[in-house]
Design a protein around this ligand. Structure first.
Ligand code: AMP
Ligand code: ZN
Length: 475
């Protein structure tokens, strides 16, 4: 591990060199999805960037163990511990049981998660599997004086901490404190405005579908406790990296730290990796905002999910990213060109070890520099242009794809098998026609879409919508 692996740590608000607790090993925790609805492409952006982080760490020689929870209970419609449980609302909406809803949307989540080339976490743990762990942690927090019972619920007492707003600068702390004070939905049981619920009882939510016996009466856990406990169950008392989207910073991760550090009596997690949001033109995407744009839906429109991954990798994880079909179409063109370029490589001669090592070092430098994925892609383009033989270039594509996961070699082989040797004018025409057809399908103008298909056929080009996107062959 000669290289320094660096990324932005929300805790120190600086780009830091990563140093794990145990040499060569990484204990990583990821906040998983709430499974009351489909995961939108914004959620999936977050998981793509985490996947790249993991694979980059592995590329650098680390062994990563990653744990993810599934929030199938306890996440209320407001982060301020108020409102209806999202799972219960989902079940009511769809006339299903809460567990049916959870299973259905967990499966849908992983379908999209896999389709964009992500590696599954080593452990996936639904919150409802760990109720006894939650009760044990809440009991200990009560014993240690960090929690209190009021109005049938158990609350975490944030005034017992030296620094509750660990993630924030002095200015932000002021603003957050004001924001919390201004919270309209007041819970009179709380001693401090920032206190949060560890365990709800039936005294507060009569219609909660899932309830468990506890020392405080029949009830269910708060949202934050699940991540502290699931992380502890599978990764122990010390965590290297905790991941999530920027919306998780407050209150979720702030409260996770409060619980875990009060429970363990020492610092818990050293690095916090937060990726920024995907927005559409009208603002942030959200599950509760009606129509949900999913990876599966993009696939139905003819886009290869890996084109969406490529789109995400082209920009930096800490910047907000705006989604539009025009932007996605640009990524599609670039991806197709890349695949075409790779398909032209012939596995001739021997790999030049020195050139390969040189480019691999550049690639590693890019990803270990706060996960500079667009630079990593530039290194790939540079390698394809380099003054070396095709065997070396192919070896480099294969090597970089361990992190990028764009399935370039397989896609190139499919393209080569299709026997597509056409002149560049025809190729430009085909690409343009495919883009126009995608637009037409998006606008539900199927007559135009069919006409474009016929137009292509007239030029001897047949197109097919496959799981991998639109594929064309000469007939
Ligand atoms: P949720 O299922 O809502 O808990 O979200 C799952 C993950 O997606 C969390 O890590 C969120 O921080 C993240 N997330 C939520 N909205 C967005 C968005 N618009 N863009 C990117 N990530 C998001
Ligand atoms: Zn979490």
């Amino acid at each position: 591990m000669a290289n320094k692996f660096t990324f932005y740590n929300t805790l120190s608000r600086t780009i830091e060199e990563f140093k794990p607790n145990e040499e060569g090993k990484v204990a990583m925790y990821t906040c998983g999805p709430t499974v009351y609805h489909f995961a939108h492409i914004g959620n999936i952006r977050t998981y793509i960037m985490q996947d790249v982080l993991i694979k980059s760490l592995e590329y650098a020689g680390y062994e990563v163990k990653r744990v993810m929870n599934i929030t199938d209970v306890g996440h209320l419609s407001s982060d301020a511990d108020t409102g209806e449980d999202k799972m219960v609302a989902g079940a009511k909406r769809e006339h299903k049981t809460v567990m049916e809803i959870a299973q259905y949307y967990t499966d849908a989540f992983f379908k999209d998660f896999d389709a964009v080339g992500n590696k599954r976490p080593d452990v996936v743990e639904p919150a409802t599997n760990c109720i006894t762990d939650f009760i044990e942690m809440v009991e200990t927090l009560l014993e240690k004086g960090y929690a209190y019972v009021a109005g049938g619920n158990v609350y975490f007492d944030t005034s017992k901490l030296d620094d509750y707003y660990v993630f924030s600068s002095a200015v932000e702390k002021e603003q957050l404190a004001v924001g919390v004070r201004d919270d309209v939905e007041e819970d009179s049981n709380k001693k401090n405005k920032t206190d949060f619920v560890l365990w709800f009882t039936k005294s507060k939510f009569e219609d909660q579908a899932l309830k468990w016996e506890s020392p405080w009466g029949e009830g269910y856990p708060g949202w934050h406790i699940e991540c502290s406990c699931i992380s502890k169950r599978h990764l122990g008392e010390y965590l290297d990296i905790h991941c999530g989207g920027v919306d998780n910073i407050f209150p979720h991760h702030t409260n996770e730290i409060a619980q875990s550090e009060a429970y363990f009596g020492h610092k818990w997690c050293n690095y916090w990796f937060h990726s920024n949001h995907l927005n559409d033109q009208s603002g942030k995407m959200s599950k509760s905002k009606g129509a949900i744009l999913t990876v599966s839906l993009l696939q139905e429109k003819g886009y290869d999910p890996l084109v969406y991954r490529f789109f995400c990798l082209q920009s930096h994880y800490r910047k907000p990213l705006v989604f539009s079909y025009d932007n996605l179409d640009n990524a599609l063109q670039a991806y197709n060109k890349l695949v075409k370029r790779v398909s032209e490589l012939k596995a001739d001669g021997e790999v030049d070890g020195a050139v390969k090592a040189e480019f691999e070092a550049k690639f590693l430098e890019a990803v270990s520099n706060d996960l500079n994925t667009s630079m990593a892609i530039t290194v790939l383009y540079d390698a394809l242009k380099a003054d070396t033989n095709d065997a070396t270039k192919l070896a480099l594509v294969d090597s970089f794809d361990k992190v990028l996961s764009l399935d370039l070699i397989n896609h190139a082989a499919t393209l080569a098998e299709a026997g597509t040797s056409v002149d560049s004018d025809l190729e430009a025409f085909i690409n343009d026609a495919i883009a126009r057809r995608a637009e037409a399908k998006k606008a539900k103008d199927f007559a135009t879409a069919d006409a474009i298909r016929d137009e292509l056929l007239a030029k001897g080009v047949e197109i097919k919508d496959t799981r991998e996107g639109v594929v064309w062959t000469l007939v």
